[in-house]
Design a protein around this ligand. Structure first.
Ligand code: URA
Length: 202
């Protein structure tokens, strides 16, 4: 089995990155933020959720997924027996894009190269769950459609270390907020997480 870093070392390295993110001025998104949102939670379960970027509520509080989509994420985690603080939750970009526009390719590149890949190398997750197509396309080739690949497990190489990651793309909880059908699909995909984890560790 792959060796994991000690919890103390992992936590303090993640904290160092969080401090860097809070002071980051590497792309124009810092100009409009109230708070940067580095991500939070535990690295111990080996489960990492990755959204697109902070919204208004996340920007206000400096925490990921604390608005309406976050509430749904919490509910879905509870359905599969996971608490929010037992997983690590972060985003592709750590500062809110103005008016919640899509992040620009350069903003995504700068943020992921400087922060996301480093967070992932430190956490060394068993599984990465991308929420929505923007997060998915950081990992999965652009010709793949989320409507086709959601809930399917991919094994992909990290561009920085060459390490292999298990990636499970899912729809974004915001897409399911006012759409019962989508909520059912998302829940079905969530229910695959414990089963996949079991097979990964056997
Ligand atoms: N949507 C996201 O993609 N990330 C958040 O943190 C909140 C909403």
């Amino acid at each position: 089995m792959e060796k994991r870093a000690s919890k103390h070392n992992t936590d303090s390295s993640l904290l160092d990155i969080a401090k860097e993110i809070q002071g980051c001025e590497k792309c124009p998104l810092f100009l409009g933020r109230l708070h940067a949102v580095p991500g939070e939670g535990s690295s111990e379960s080996g489960i990492v959720f990755i959204g697109e970027g902070p919204g208004r509520e996340e920007d206000k509080r400096g925490k990921p997924f604390v608005g309406a989509a976050g509430k749904l994420l919490d509910e879905m985690l509870a359905e599969i027996g996971l608490k929010r603080d037992s997983v690590f939750i972060t985003n592709i970009v750590k500062c809110r894009p103005p008016e919640n526009r899509d992040p620009e390719p350069d903003e995504v590149r700068i943020c992921t190269e400087n922060y996301l890949w480093r967070q992932l190398e430190i956490i060394n997750p068993k599984i990465l769950i991308t929420l929505g197509r923007h997060a998915m396309h950081r990992f999965i080739p652009a010709d793949k459609k989320i409507s086709v690949v959601h809930g399917k497990l991919f094994r992909l190489k990290s561009p920085t270390s060459g390490k292999m990651f298990n990636v499970l793309p899912q729809y974004h909880p915001a897409a399911a907020l006012y759409n019962g059908g989508m909520r059912g699909i998302l829940m079905k995909d969530f229910k695959k997480i414990p089963r996949i984890l079991k097979t990964l560790s056997s």
